[in-house]
Design a protein around this ligand. Structure first.
Ligand SMILES: [Fe+2]
Length: 538
């Protein structure tokens, strides 16, 4: 009998499992086309429609999988709000309803998606019903055991969980290069932008201890402005949302804050890393998206560092179900998202247009030649990636060997802020040829240096600090992408593609043929590959 789990706050998802196999992962944002969507509580697109989500989505899942009742339904007690007015047993029938824990879910999700039998896991972000910075020891037989829920070391008179996520994000509110958002939205989009901007700056060693105090001052709650202004008074910088900080000063703030975030993490993590010296380390929770910290850990230790495809809260539903079933073999969730939701309509979209040709491609040759010519190609095929990164099934790809490609892509299609880099994808066996890296980075969790001798050839995917958030791929993982890279290298001598998410501005990674065509029509994207149909503007 199948089990179901769900997570209801931002980055909500549902997961169905049967006999140890994950049948479906439904990320609500993809389903509703509303980025970082929750069912209730936070980032709900239509708060008055909780009943619709509570009723409709389980019904959609059960119809799709032909299930009438689940054995167990796992969820967080904080999500009770979703169903407290409604009858959970009616809308989501299960024999048992079982409350679970936020960071325990993160930790289990991380561990059971790895191939390791034992792991020291750090789970940390700005939320949770069981802490904000938790440390676990995980073993395949025994499962996940909590070692510590870290209390803010500077506030030892009160039981306040140590939160590195909120103060990291908050800096984005005051930096002019970062598009201003209300804090609820900024919370989920600022961190990635701060990371990109930090590479332009220099760490100010005099500020660094003050930034570390800021992280430990717990700026959570109503007085966060007061806390950051106090930091500003000490380092003589005005943090004012009406007069946001610009240029090098802003970049140096981002760089120093990034370093302080890393150093605060290491202060807590180091004693545990010393205590458990011989086992791999897992990093999860929303802060596991901080690729600069992840990469520093790899560069400064000889340990195996594992970061899964879903360290942020999109991974909780999968994590809490894995925590219960304790799979003996690693779970590969990478492409367990949905097929295109309106795939049956594909011919309507093709036939309704008279400015395109559609080709049923049997090999990559046409597409390959377009790439070499500098064309920008949208890819939407097979089941979607699960997690925040586009990994080749809902991606926009182009040729990074063309020096102006980053600007071309930005001006024609993506319109991203100038300081945000684009990522490369490379065959796993070639990663060390182009990058100072000799291991997997399957889910873009690390940003090694691009080798000096390749930087001129890979300008479009090399960030200002010489790094790149690389994706590695094997043929087993994604045959289409792998073969394309092989053929590209044969033709051009460079086996690297630029890979960015296929989405409308401000929207999640797309889930419909309709959105793929909308982007083709409304931007200067050149071509579209939907399943095996190749569509070109003519
Ligand atoms: Fe979380």
């Amino acid at each position: 009998m199948a089990n179901i789990s769900f997570y209801g706050s931002h980055n909500s998802s549902y997961v169905v499992e049967e006999d140890g196999k994950i049948l479906l992962i439904l990320e609500l944002e993809r389903f509703l086309n509303y980025k970082n969507s929750g069912i209730a509580q936070y980032k709900c697109p239509r708060t008055e429609s909780i009943l619709f989500f509570a009723e409709y989505i389980p019904k959609w899942i059960m119809n799709k999988l032909n299930i009438t009742e689940f054995e167990n339904c796992y969820y967080l007690n904080t999500d009770v709000i979703i169903y407290e007015k409604y009858d959970l047993e009616k809308y989501l029938p299960a024999k048992n309803y079982i409350h679970c824990l936020h960071h325990e879910g993160h930790a289990a999700g991380c561990f059971y998606q790895s191939s390791y039998n034992e792991m020291l896991v750090f789970s940390f972000d700005g939320g949770g019903n069981d802490g904000k910075f938790n440390i676990y020891i995980c073993e395949r037989e025994k499962g996940v055991q909590l070692l510590e829920s870290v209390i803010n070391p500077a506030i030892n008179t009160q039981h306040i969980y140590y939160d590195l996520g909120f103060p990291y994000m908050l800096i984005g509110q005051y930096l002019k290069d970062i598009k201003f958002e209300c804090l609820g939205d900024g919370n989920l989009v600022y961190p990635g932008k701060i990371m990109g901007l930090s590479s332009y700056g220099i760490v100010n060693e005099e500020w660094l201890p003050e930034f570390m105090k800021y992280y430990k001052s717990d700026p959570n709650g109503l007085n966060f402005e007061e806390k950051i202004k106090k930091l500003g008074d000490i380092i003589n910088i005005e943090f004012d949302t009406n007069n946001r900080i610009d240029g090098e000063l802003a970049w140096n703030i981002a760089a120093t804050s990034q370093r302080a975030f890393e150093d605060c993490f290491l202060e807590i993590a180091k004693p545990y890393m010393d205590k458990y010296p011989d086992i791999p380390i897992g990093i999860t929770g929303g802060c596991g998206l901080n690729i600069l910290l992840n990469t520093r850990l790899v560069n400064e230790t000889t340990r195996n560092i594992f970061v899964g495809p879903d360290p942020n809260d999109c991974g909780i539903a999968l994590g809490i179900i894995l925590n219960k079933i304790k799979p003996k073999e690693p779970i590969d969730s990478t492409y367990l998202g949905s097929t295109l939701l309106d795939l049956d309509n594909i011919f309507n979209y093709i036939q309704s247009s008279n400015i395109r040709i559609a080709t049923d491609i049997l090999d990559n040759e046409i597409l390959l030649n377009d790439l070499i010519d500098g064309k920008i190609i949208g890819i939407a095929r097979n089941r979607s990636e699960y997690g925040p990164r586009a990994l080749g099934n809902r991606s926009i790809i182009c040729n990074p060997s063309i020096p102006e490609m980053k600007d071309i892509l930005n001006s024609k299609v993506k319109h991203r802020e100038w300081y945000r880099p684009f990522a490369p994808v490379v065959k796993l066996e070639d990663v060390n040829k182009y990058f100072e890296w000799n291991k997997e980075s399957r889910w873009m969790s690390f940003c090694p240096k691009v080798r000096e001798e390749w930087r001129d050839k890979l300008l479009a995917v090399t960030h200002v600090d010489g790094t790149a958030r690389v994706q590695t791929v094997t043929r087993e993982q994604n045959e289409f992408l792998y073969d394309l890279l092989t053929n590209l290298e044969k033709s051009t001598g460079v086996g690297v593609l630029l890979n960015t998410s296929f989405n409308l501005d401000g929207k999640p990674i797309l889930s419909t043929v309709k959105d793929a065509f909308t982007i083709l029509e409304n931007t200067q994207m050149d071509c579209l590959l939907i399943e095996n149909y190749y569509i070109k503007k003519i």
